[in-house]
Design a protein around this ligand. Structure first.
Ligand code: AOF
Ligand code: ZN
Length: 402
């Protein structure tokens, strides 16, 4: 089985050992060289930087995914990536892994090199010191500590810089980072599975399972990729979920339960496993005696503002952003999904569609609430990516802003 990371806003068909995306096809037909305003760039090294960068998925949040490749005489003489949060930056790892002197070499890196002292020393001076003479960059770093300054530092120190190389693909892999670093709010992906007739459960409420095994496994890749996972109290009461990541080398997302009045059962799986998996309950309740019972199990609380008897999701996102949580998978249910859409916190939607029809009138819609009155009031989405998973289909859309 191959899981493809989509590198462009293309349609991706994903099934067993077949994995074709339009980005790859474009390279097959056009060759590996790209013309950037008269400048011919060999993009295979930037592709390699991207491939290295995505090895950091699930390990570097809330930092960006970054890979770097150092090339001399058309040979890779050093490469590396940002491997874990707080660890060496990609460029520093590539320099550390050099197999020969880098004087006169070129570097390909998907994100602008930094020039500030953070947890790690700045990369731009290290690049200059290594003797590298030309740097190809994919995305500029919108971090206000870096933006434009890394590029300026390199140029001021005699290094030629080419920007926007495979920019679309490089921007795509770091959209969570770009959102988080500029807004300090987590990037929220709303996910649900439904039948061909749009149901999340049968009329008796039974929902296991809607999609097949391949799709259910892929959800765990998404859980690994995003830093948090959020559900409403209704989902805890109905499904008693664990919300962990069950793939090899995966890491569990931080669990967040939206529970306005503190109804989460003390014997639910979420509570009884809270010492092993970091778990927050976001609530409007101020009953400290009750909260202490949960705290004994390792639950932490987020005290959030209430709007019309419900959790203020924008306030909650602000608090989660302050905790360093850059991304969250929202796994519903319907009431929370609607509130989240209405409050404007959703950035992406992942809809798994199973080739089944349950029938039954009206209930168990993936997005509940009162709904909009007219079609032109609908929440809108764009940039579809369609993946086939066995006989199920996954459609990923970005929210259309404004
Ligand atoms: C790079 N290459 O591999 C990464 C960069 O606290 P620090 O030192 O890890 O700095 C984090 C910031 O540095 C991060 O917000 C982003 O702007 C940049 N990350 N930069 O050149 C890397 N991870
Ligand atoms: Zn750096």
């Amino acid at each position: 089985m191959i899981w493809c990371e989509s590198k462009a806003d293309s349609i991706v068909w994903m099934q067993e050992d077949i994995c074709i995306d339009l980005f790859a096809l474009r390279i097959m037909f056009l060759g590996a060289f790209y013309n950037y305003g008269g400048l011919i760039v060999d993009i295979k090294y930037m592709e390699r930087a991207i491939d290295l960068a995505i090895k950091g998925i699930g390990k570097v949040n809330p930092n960006p995914l970054v890979g770097a490749v150092i090339v001399k005489d058309d040979q890779i003489i050093g490469e590396g990536y940002h491997e874990f949060y707080g660890g060496l930056h990609a460029e520093q790892n590539a320099i550390k892994n050099l197999t020969m002197d880098a004087s006169g070499a070129e570097m390909y890196v998907n994100l602008e090199p930094c020039c500030h002292q953070g947890k790690q020393p700045p990369c731009a001076p290290a690049i200059v010191a290594s003797g590298i003479k030309k740097v190809y960059i994919g995305s500029e770093d919108p971090n206000e500590l870096v933006t434009g300054k890394g590029i300026a530092y390199l140029r001021e120190h005699g290094v030629e810089v080419v920007t926007n190389v495979l920019k679309k693909e490089c921007d795509e892999i770091n959209k969570v980072f770009f959102h988080y670093i500029t807004t300090k709010m987590p990037y929220i992906v709303m996910k649900f599975a439904e039948t061909l007739d749009g149901k999340m459960a049968t009329h008796t409420g039974a929902s296991r399972w809607i999609t097949g095994e391949v799709a259910r496994e892929y959800v765990h890749y998404t859980r690994n990729k995003l830093m948090g996972i959020m559900v409403g109290i209704g989902t805890v009461l109905n499904d008693d979920p664990l919300l962990t990541c069950r793939i090899d080398n995966g890491r569990n997302p931080i669990r967040i339960v939206c529970d306005t009045k503190l109804f989460t059962p003390l014997d639910s799986q979420i509570v009884t496993t809270a010492k092993e998996v970091k778990t927050y309950i976001a609530t409007c309740s101020v009953d400290e005696n009750l909260k202490n019972k949960y705290r004994e199990f390792g639950i932490d609380f987020l005290q959030v503002d209430c709007i019309a008897g419900h959790i203020d999701l924008v306030d909650l996102m602000r608090q989660l952003g302050e905790l360093g949580i850059d991304s969250i998978l929202l796994e519903g249910g319907g009431t929370l999904n609607y509130s989240a859409l209405k409050s404007g916190i959703i950035k992406e939607v992942h809809v798994y569609i199973a080739p089944k029809i349950f029938g039954g009138a009206g209930i168990y819609s993936p997005v509940g609430g009162e709904g909009v009155e007219l079609p032109d009031q609908a929440f809108l989405f764009q940039k579809p990516k369609i993946m086939r998973m066995g006989d199920d289909i996954l459609i990923e859309y970005e929210v259309k802003e404004g």
